[in-house]
Design a protein around this ligand. Structure first.
Ligand code: IPT
Length: 952
């Protein structure tokens, strides 16, 4: 015999009980509301039924309970700890059962109504997000319970309210049947993490409404129709509109696009209430096999955005949401997928206001079932379908009035099944003005767009050429990458190569980088914590830190690279002919909002600059513009043009002068670096001197250059493997980061074969190889000098059977730890690697060793500056022939490799400088393809030189 207990609802597949039907989310102009955010009493239990529900009774004394701020997650507020898993459920999979250990937070809040609260009227209590299951009581009355963590739930409470001393009790369970539907790759963070609000509902007030605002791009007219559950009038003063609800009206309007987010303020007035409307007119259509808005195909330059704050988790404040949108706009991003759940509704308001295309994704993922070949997957089990439909409806009804939302997404990584089909059917029936997306629907049975994640460049190209097969329906559909460019650690590499494909093939409508921000948790011990740092028995480590922003929202080099790759203006020129082609890459606007300027650099220093006049170009158009003559005194130095497109005036998201796009073109090449060998090596006293340098006579090791002490100069091939070097275990192609370590490239030995003092050179012959392997690098260091400058030519010849590319190839040397300032002429200001060089701007840069470091949450290779002609550090000037990759750090590559957190890196008494001839590409193999073959650093004969001299 089984006994139904008071906690059975937790494991019930049903979405909840006692909750009002879903409806639009809006802020009334005149109905009162009361925020119940703030400090709540809190009690944590280890199991769902450890305590009875007497705490919900008025008069219960919670005086000895803790307090937590709401919204929040108790595990980030000193009660329990967070858990990170990617695919795995952190509990035994036995749907819909959950573990007995089910952290349960009882929340209690006593509130008075404001004095002017209308008496005896209807009111609803709204929860915008509670993870994962809540049961609610008001003044001792059980209101019901709900699941669906990132969706709103409302209860009718008017009849229960008192002027003062209302007792609101909420019991939140970390695990519930709903957890099986919420297996997104993120921290499991229980709590009331979004707003709690009491909303007065006046008699005759607005209930639910649907703003239909389409745009006819041929006629330049918008058609507005507002369907409302409660009849009323709709006014839009700027358009002279004053119509009844349900009545369509067509007027000339400016359309809404992400590039021109024109919103018209309107009012929906029913007998009892006025609700402000922000209306954007646009028409989304599937036409000619393309996603079109207002008649034009889109190129989505998107990111996947999880809600994240390093201290507050998914409890975001409005400033943080605005910061996200501003950062996106400033980095040329035009689209956001709300991976993998509807965001706080205010975020969508910001997307409407500032202009971003939104793929609004439902709160659904059942990824963990992949471990059992998708057996028992809730999305293919009719018992769960009501819960799925409830989630779809709560998303669509809440967000349907946002013009920014152009696609609904059923969810992420949930396999396939009837439940998903039911969701798609319901959404298509409810909203014919938008398209439906779901990546898992590989043949697009239920969806309107073909979408993939992490497809390799080659496959994307085949899709672009429509050579990908698939069934008939899919072949007719547009394509985008809902996830690509896995931004974990250093990277992603190869995004410029994707962008080229997107721009070449119409069918490819862009993609969304995975992902926006690292979900690192601020932590005293680690700086930022990731999976495993809280002692989780099952976790996925730093896979949770794979964003374009560091956890504190500092842009990573990956974001700067993406910003450059997706620029809305393209400059093309071969420099020498004194012209530049300017191309408008926007989908909707001309270039009239931009100002253009040119400048001319000689050896990296700007000699002249001025405005560039560019005709007003329509989207897709280009024009050739003449550049001025380079300054006459430029001859002899390396000379280049830099052209820029800047915001001509302040906009809602960027200040006048903000750089939107740039290009650089070489006019005259860099003069050759020459040191005529005239000095001879002079032995004496255990040393050999050569020009300004002295060497150890026995080992040939460099000791000093003038007054500068140098240690440990030798060939270096190791780099602390990046997350992308290491690759994900499910990637089927070779993961070189693993192989490098297996082969021992992190423990190369340097055998000294000869030290030869010749007439005009000191030659040191070595063989560099790891223990236990037959392959190595015959390495010769040839030192010459003209008396004041010292030239090193390194020749490297692979020996044996090299089956792997090298991580890097160059030399390292140690300088005294007091060194800090660094100047260089080369790529900057930030780091670059072979397949992440787009944003590397050639110029003169001034920085410090400390600032050269890129603070990846899990330390790894970082900080290389590309195309460096010369660098000055620690009293030395180093010129490269050819240009080199420069990095400097206060620890060795081996120490960097050994560190798990930034706090593991402590400065030693040496600054280690790397002068690299080559670096292996970065790629995106932490989830996706490795570097394209052209970015491989194969072991091959190589020769490269550096000229050292003392700075003045
Ligand atoms: C894909 C997921 O959709 C996303 O949530 C995230 O986990 C991403 O990978 C990697 O960070 S699923 C992956 C197995 C292709």
């Amino acid at each position: 015999m089984s006994i139904r207990t008071a906690t059975d609802y937790i494991e019930d597949v049903a979405p909840g009980s006692g909750v009002l039907p879903p409806r639009a989310w809006y802020a009334s102009s005149d109905a009162a509301s009361l925020s119940l955010n703030g400090r709540w009493r809190f009690r944590l239990s280890a199991t769902a039924d450890a305590e009875d529900d007497s705490f919900a009774e008025p008069g219960f004394d919670a005086g000895n309970w803790a307090e937590v701020p709401v919204p929040g997650h108790w595990v980030l507020q000193g009660h329990g700890s967070p858990v990170y898993t990617n695919v795995h459920y952190p509990f035994p999979v036995d749907p819909p059962r959950v573990p007995t250990e089910n952290p349960t937070g009882d929340h209690l809040r006593v509130f008075d109504l404001p004095e002017d609260w209308p008496p005896d009227d209807a009111a609803v209590l709204r929860f915008d997000g509670v993870e994962s299951c809540a049961r609610v009581w008001l003044n001792g009355t059980d209101l019901g319970e709900f699941k669906g963590s990132r969706l709103p739930h409302e209860f009718a409470v008017g009849h229960l309210l008192r002027p003062a001393g209302n007792v609101l009790a909420v019991r939140v369970h970390q695990w519930s049947a709903g957890s099986y539907l919420e297996d997104q790759d993120q921290w499991w963070l229980p709590g009331i993490f979004r707003d709690v609000t009491l909303l007065h509902r006046p008699a005759g007030g607005v209930l639910d409404f649907f703003v239909h605002a389409s745009y006819d791009h041929v006629r330049g007219e918008g058609t507005l129709k507002v369907d409302s559950d409660v009849e009323g009038r709709v006014t839009v003063p700027a358009l002279g509109v004053d119509v009844s609800t349900g009545e369509p009206v067509t007027v000339p309007v400016e359309p809404w696009t992400a590039e021109t987010p024109t919103l018209y303020d309107g009012v929906l007035a029913t007998e009892g209430e006025r609700v402000p409307l922000r209306i954007g007119f646009r028409t989304v259509a599937l036409e000619d096999g393309l996603i079109k808005v207002n008649g034009k195909p889109l190129l989505l330059k998107g990111v996947n955005r999880h809600e994240w704050h390093p201290e507050k988790g998914r409890a975001l404040d409005s400033e943080t949401m605005r910061e996200d949108v501003l950062l996106m706009k400033r980095h040329n991003i035009n689209a956001v997928r709300t991976s993998h759940y509807p965001p706080h509704p205010a975020f969508l308001g910001l997307c409407d206001e500032l202009g971003l295309w939104v793929v609004d994704e439902c709160d659904l993922e059942t990824h963990g079932f992949v471990e059992q070949a998708w057996r028992d997957n809730p999305v293919d089990d009719d018992r769960w379908t009501p819960a799925l439909l409830d989630r779809a409806a709560r998303m669509v009804e809440r967000d349907k009035n946002h013009p920014s939302v152009i696609l609904w997404s059923l969810g992420n990584e949930a396999g396939t099944g009837r439940g998903l089909t039911a969701m798609a059917e319901w959404i298509h029936g409810r909203d014919t003005s938008r398209l439906v997306h779901y990546e898992g629907d590989i043949n697009c049975r239920d969806t309107d767009v073909y979408s993939r994640m992490y497809a390799y460049h080659g496959e994307v190209e085949r899709i672009g050429r429509r050579l990908d097969g698939g069934d008939h329906k899919r072949r007719e559909l547009p394509f985008f990458l809902c996830e690509y460019g896995h931004a974990m650690g250093n990277g992603p590499g190869g995004i410029a190569d994707y962008q080229r494909l997107f721009e070449t093939h119409d069918r490819l409508q862009g993609g969304f980088i995975w992902e926006w921000i690292d979900h690192g948790i601020r932590d005293e011990r680690y700086g930022f914590a990731y999976g495993g740092d809280f002692g989780e028995e099952l976790h996925d480590g730093n896979f949770v830190c794979d964003g374009l922003l560091f956890p504190d929202r500092t842009p990573s080099p990956g974001l700067v690279e993406y910003q450059k790759v997706i620029e809305p203006v393209r400059f093309e020129s071969d420099g020498a002919d004194g012209t530049v082609r300017v191309r408008n890459m926007y989908d909707f606007v001309d270039l009239s909002a931009l100002a253009f300027e040119w400048s001319c650099q000689v050896d990296g220093e700007t000699l002249e600059s001025g405005p560039l006049s560019v005709p007003v170009l329509a989207p897709g158009e280009s024009a050739v513009v003449k550049l001025p003559q380079p300054p006459p005194d430029a001859r002899g130095g390396e000379t280049q043009w830099t052209v820029r497109a800047l915001l001509a005036a302040d906009t809602a998201w960027g200040a006048q002068g903000h750089t939107v796009a740039w290009g650089q073109f070489r006019v005259w090449a860099r003069p050759a670096v020459r040191v005529a060998p005239s000095a001879a090596p002079v032995p004496g006293d255990g040393r050999i001197t050569l020009g300004p340098a002295s060497f150890d006579a026995r080992t040939g090791a460099l000791r000093t250059i003038g007054g500068v002490d140098v240690t440990g100069l030798h060939l270096d091939v190791w780099r602390a493997p990046t997350d992308n070097d290491m690759g994900a275990e499910w990637q089927s192609d070779v993961r070189y980061g693993q192989l490098w370590r297996e082969l021992g490239l992190h423990r190369m030995r340097h055998r000294l074969d000869a030290v030869e003092a010749g007439d005009d050179a000191l030659t040191v012959r070595t063989r560099v190889a790891p223990a236990a392997r037959e392959m190595g690098l015959a390495t010769v260091y040839r030192w010459t000098s003209d008396g004041t400058r010292l030239n090193l030519t390194v020749s490297v010849a692979p020996r044996g059977n090299w089956t792997v590319p090298l991580p890097r190839l160059g030399i390292r040397l140690g300088l005294p730890g007091s060194v800090n300032r660094v100047r260089w002429f080369g790529g900057g200001p930030g780091e670059a690697y072979p397949d992440t060089t787009s944003a590397s701007l050639l110029g003169r840069w001034d920085s410090t060793v400390d600032e050269l470091q890129t603070p990846y949450v899990r330390p790894q290779e970082n900080g290389a500056r590309a195309d460096v002609r010369w660098a000055e550090i620690g009293g030395l000037r180093i010129e490269g022939d050819p240009e080199f990759w420069f990095s400097a750090r206060r620890w060795t590559n081996e120490q960097l490799d050994a560190a798990a957190h930034l706090t593991d890196l402590t400065p030693g008494d040496t600054v280690w400088v790397n002068l690299d001839h080559g670096q292996h590409g970065i790629g995106s193999q932490s989830c996706g393809p490795g570097p394209l073959p052209r970015y491989f650093l194969w072991a091959a004969p190589a020769e490269f030189s550096f000229v050292f001299s003392e700075t003045g």
